[in-house]
Write a protein that binds this ligand. Structure first.
Ligand SMILES: *Cc1c(COP(=O)(O)O)cnc(C)c1O
Length: 228
C-alpha cells in the first residue's frame, strides 16, 4: 500500500489510439468484413466520466453490468445530449431490477430465462433484446442452455419483444482458444434462427470471436485499462 501513484486521467486521445489497435486486431481475423463489426464500450466498473470519454472517442454504445452502478451514471448520460450513447445491459439481471432500468436501457443483452422475458415485455413492451446463451456449460454463468435457446427466442417473440440476436461470454479463466467451440455453436444458432446480431468477444478473446462470426464485440479493459 502507499506505492500506488495516482493514475493519469484517461484521455480521449488514448482511447482513440486503443480503438485503432482494436480495429487492427479485428481486421487481422475478419475476412472481407462482409458485415460491419460494432464495438460496445464496456464502461462497467469505471467512473461515470469514462462514459463521457467513450462518447467523445466516438462510441455510440456502452455496456453496463450492474443496476445500481448504471443508475448512478444517469446524470452523466443525460448531460451528453445528442452524443448520448445507447446503453446495453450486459450483466446478470434480477427481474425486480427491470422496472428501475426501463428509462435508461436501450438493449437488454442478457435475457436468459422466461421470467425475465415476461418482466421486460411487461415493463418495456417491444423492447430490443439479445438472448444470452451459456455456451460453455459452466455452472453459475449467465445464459440459457444452447438447447433451450430456440424456445426462449420464440417465447420472447411471442411476448412482442424485438429479438435482435444472441449474446455469449467465453469460459472464465481459460485461454481464448477455449472459447472457440461455444462461439461457433452460437454463431450457428444465430443463422438457424434468422437473427442479425451475434454478440461475442471481449478484450481477451476478440480474435477467436470475430473469426467465429461475431458481429459485435464488447470491450472494456482494452480501451479503458484495468478496473480498480
Ligand atoms: C465485463 C464484460 C465485458 C468486457 O470485458 P473486458 O474484459 O473488460 O473487455 C464484456 N461482456 C460482458 C458480459 C462483461 O461482463
Amino acid at each position: 500500500m502507499g506505492s500506488d501513484a495516482p493514475r493519469p486521467a484517461l484521455t480521449v486521445d488514448v482511447v482513440v489510439e486503443r480503438l485503432a489497435a482494436l480495429d487492427e486486431r479485428i481486421d487481422s481475423v475478419s475476412r472481407a468484413r462482409e458485415q460491419p463489426i460494432t464495438v460496445t464500450a464496456v464502461t462497467k466498473g469505471f467512473a461515470a466520466d469514462v462514459i463521457r470519454v467513450a462518447a467523445d472517442a466516438g462510441f455510440s454504445a456502452v455496456g453496463e453490468n450492474y443496476a445500481q452502478e448504471l443508475l448512478g451514471k444517469v446524470d452523466t448520460l443525460d448531460a451528453l445530449g445528442e452524443r448520448r450513447p445507447t446503453v446495453e445491459f450486459i450483466g446478470r439481471l434480477q427481474s425486480n431490477k427491470v422496472r428501475q432500468l426501463v428509462d435508461v436501457v436501450d438493449l437488454w443483452a442478457s435475457v436468459d430465462r422466461p421470467s425475465l422475458v415476461a418482466e421486460i415485455a411487461k415493463r418495456a413492451p417491444g423492447a430490443r433484446i439479445l438472448v444470452q446463451v451459456n455456451s460453455t456449460g459452466e455452472d453459475g454463468k449467465g445464459g440459457c442452455a444452447l438447447g433451450d435457446t430456440a424456445a426462449l427466442v420464440e417465447r420472447a417473440r411471442e411476448a412482442g419483444l424485438d429479438v435482435a440476436g444472441l449474446m455469449t461470454v467465453g469460459p472464465t479463466g481459460e485461454p481464448p482458444e477455449a472459447a472457440r467451440p461455444g462461439f461457433e455453436a452460437v454463431r450457428r444458432l444465430v443463422d438457424e434462427l434468422g437473427l442479425e446480431v451475434c454478440s461475442m468477444g471481449m478484450s481477451g478473446d476478440i480474435e477467436v470471436a470475430v473469426a467465429a462470426g461475431s458481429t459485435n464485440v464488447r470491450v472494456g479493459t482494452a480501451l479503458f485499462g484495468s478496473r480498480a
